[in-house]
Design a binder for this molecule. Structure first.
Ligand SMILES: Nc1nc2c(ncn2[C@@H]2O[C@H](COP(=O)(O)OP(=O)(O)OP(=O)(O)O)[C@@H](O)[C@H]2O)c(=O)[nH]1
Ligand SMILES: [Mg+2]
Length: 613
């Protein structure tokens, strides 16, 4: 079982995706806007760089933002019943027979495919460490590597304990930050895969659901879809294997499918359905046959993914990056202004203001200690809440499994059947609880940290505002909150199936016992086992949640300390440095003033352009 992070899941109420990319719809605007912004970053970085070593960290921050603009990840999960052709579809998009595909139910471990300089892969264990990797840059070898890990046949019941595999690929489609996720087919191998997929979905930005005409949509798929609807922010459909169908059959299939989706799963009539032959598409892509690629229906899918989805996400990302960039530049400008003022101000006045400022910093330091105490208190309360949740879950779990046991024994089941039924029910129950618990804690952690976040922002603001007032320079409140940012990287939860029960002691004498007594003994024995297994599983879940809580609080405290230090260096440090320079009475003062005045005009202009984004 593994949690990689507290993802703040985006829940848009599960509106099925109904918009459709139209030809000419700002087709290249996404790219050109991104390019424009990329250049703006270049310009800003260059000017900040010209200010010298003391602005290094600001330059680095701008570079990081520029990098994020480049990477802007968009997570798209490919879902569907086993054998619908998920792996083949992804292979077609990549243009390589990379992911193992077969007529037998196959993919058992999710695979995240993302942009990379060369073809390589890494398999991650449940605890987040890399357990195996491939770096050889050969498609054939990569397929062998993946087959060893992601297939049910080579890695039965996930004995290797892999949580997911990262594949890095050079495909153009991925270069704009699209991450494709091949998922294990629902309704096949592991019963708990369905729960794991459902828990994973809210963290993805979109999902594609694969169906095919033959066999028609099943009960399992419909049940699954009903639950998917409310969990995934965007969803669209692909009717695969249309090479089996005539045009008329294809049209009938689409209409039939729309009807089913509407009547059985509550979707709108205008859901987006693409018709493709992934197999044909794969052939076409491999032989660079453009006509065949279009005929396969894959060209339309590729265009949709590349332009529309990536663009949608990119617009949100660009907005966030603009305001962060503007804040950084505002800080640089403030620092410049402080230095300029300190260089120009009469010496005795400067010393006086410096003293007042130092007093204020001492006050902020004290408030920081108070804030730390409050944080420790909240952390303790959250830990207590976790203990209570775990206790409730133990109770709930015991009742749940004892009820199942009761039902099985009433039906006069054998020990083996009873054990098997309990084993099947185990992952289903705990995967669901895991998902719910993670959502409860996501909300709690965000709620608990919010006031601390505000307090942290206020402390930082106090320093900046005081500096601005004391030195009579313009002050600009930050647009984006900088102290704490949750990382949103989807995590996949896995629960290895292990045999949690010891064989029931069935000696010769035991077999001779009367039926009623035997049944009682089975019940007593299995009840003890249930107790143990519930305890163990809740313990796992509690431990993982605890690790995440600790990590969230640790990250918050570190970030706050770092930001405060940075603010003090940028203000107080800048003034101190300027006053030291004054004492040297050097020619450098005049030169520095000139440089700062020129660059500050340039940066103000760049900020206005970022604001316009
Ligand atoms: N005729 C035809 N066969 C296809 C097409 N796409 C996939 N297949 C075949 O369908 C079978 C299953 O394909 P996979 O890509 O392994 O399916 P999957 O959904 O990844 O299956 P699991 O990993 O088991 O969930 C393979 O034999 C593919 O060759 C298609 O467009 N047309
Ligand atoms: Mg597959």
């Amino acid at each position: 079982m593994s949690y990689k992070s507290y993802g703040t899941s985006s829940k848009n109420g599960g509106a099925a995706y109904s918009g459709r990319y139209k030809e000419g719809d700002q087709k290249n605007n996404g790219n050109s806007t991104a390019d424009k912004m990329y250049n703006l970053f270049d310009e800003a970085i260059e000017y900040v760089d010209s200010l010298g070593i003391r602005f290094m960290n600001k330059k680095k921050k701008l570079e990081e933002l520029q990098q994020r603009l480049m990477e802007g990840r968009f997570h798209l999960a490919v879902l569907g019943q086993f054998k619908r052709g998920k792996s083949t579809l992804l292979n077609a998009l990549l243009g390589d027979s990379l992911l193992p595909s077969s007529v037998l139910p196959l993919t058992a471990i999710p695979t995240f495919i993302q942009a990379g300089d060369s073809l390589r892969a890494e398999a991650l264990s449940d605890d987040g460490t890399v357990s195996d990797k491939y770096t050889g840059n050969s498609v054939g070898e990569m397929k062998v590597f993946l087959s060893k890990i992601v297939t049910e046949e080579a890695n039965p019941e996930n004995r290797l304990g892999i949580s997911h595999v990262n594949v890095f690929h050079t495909a153009q489609l991925l270069s704009k930050g699209l991450v494709l996720i091949d998922t294990p087919g629902i309704g096949s191998t592991f019963i708990h895969n369905t729960e794991a997929t459902l828990n994973f979905l809210p963290q993805c930005d979109a999902a594609v659901f694969l169906i095919s005409a033959d066999p028609p949509i099943s009960e399992v798929e419909l049940n699954f879809l009903e639950r998917v609807r409310s969990r995934v922010p965007r969803l669209f459909f692909i009717l695969n294997k249309v090479d089996y169908l005539s045009d008329r059959e294809k049209e009938e299939s689409v209409q039939f499918f729309k009807k089913i989706l509407r009547e059985e799963a509550g979707f709108d009539n205008d859901v987006l359905i693409f018709c493709v032959s992934a197999l044909k598409g794969l052939d076409a892509k491999k032989s660079s046959d453009h006509n065949k690629w279009s005929e396969s229906g894959m060209a339309e899918v590729e265009e949709h993914l590349g332009n529309f989805l990536a663009k949608e996400k990119a617009a949100v990302l660009r907005k966030a990056l603009s305001s962060k960039a503007t804040d950084i530049l505002a800080n640089v400008l403030m620092q410049i202004n402080l230095i300029v003022r300190s260089l120009q101000m009469p010496m005795d006045e400067l010393e006086e203001r410096q003293r007042t400022f130092e007093e204020k910093i001492k006050e902020v330091d004290y408030q920081k200690v108070v804030a730390g105490d409050l944080l420790t208190g909240d952390r303790k309360r959250l830990m207590e809440f976790l203990e209570n949740q775990a206790e409730d879950l133990r109770h709930k779990g015991r009742l749940h499994f004892e009820k199942i046991l009761e039902q099985i024994l009433e039906a006069n089941a054998t020990v083996d059947t009873a054990r098997e039924t309990l084993l099947k029910a185990l992952p289903v129950f705990f995967e669901r609880e895991l998902g719910e618990m993670s959502q409860v804690f996501n909300v709690r952690v965000t709620e608990v940290l919010q006031p601390h976040q505000r307090r942290a922002d206020e402390l930082i603001e106090t320093i900046r505002k005081t500096a601005a007032e004391l030195f009579e320079i313009p002050y600009r409140a930050p647009e984006s909150s900088g102290a704490f940012e949750m990382t949103r990287q989807p995590y996949w939860t896995t629960q290895q199936r292990r045999s949690f029960m010891n064989p029931i002691p069935e000696g010769a004498i035991y077999k001779l016992l009367p039926h009623r007594i035997r049944k009682l003994r089975i019940k007593k024995y299995l009840t003890e086992e249930i107790e143990f297994m519930v305890f163990q599983n809740v313990e796992n879940l509690r431990w993982v949640t605890l690790q995440n809580l600790n990590q969230a609080f640790r990250r918050f405290s570190l970030k706050l300390a770092e930001l405060l230090q940075e603010t003090i260096t940028a203000t107080h440090g800048a003034i101190q440095e300027a006053s030291a320079k004054r004492l040297e009475q050097s020619q450098a003062v005049a030169e520095e003033l000139e440089l700062f005045e020129t660059v500050s005009a340039k940066l103000e202009n760049i900020m206005k352009r970022f604001d316009g984004e």
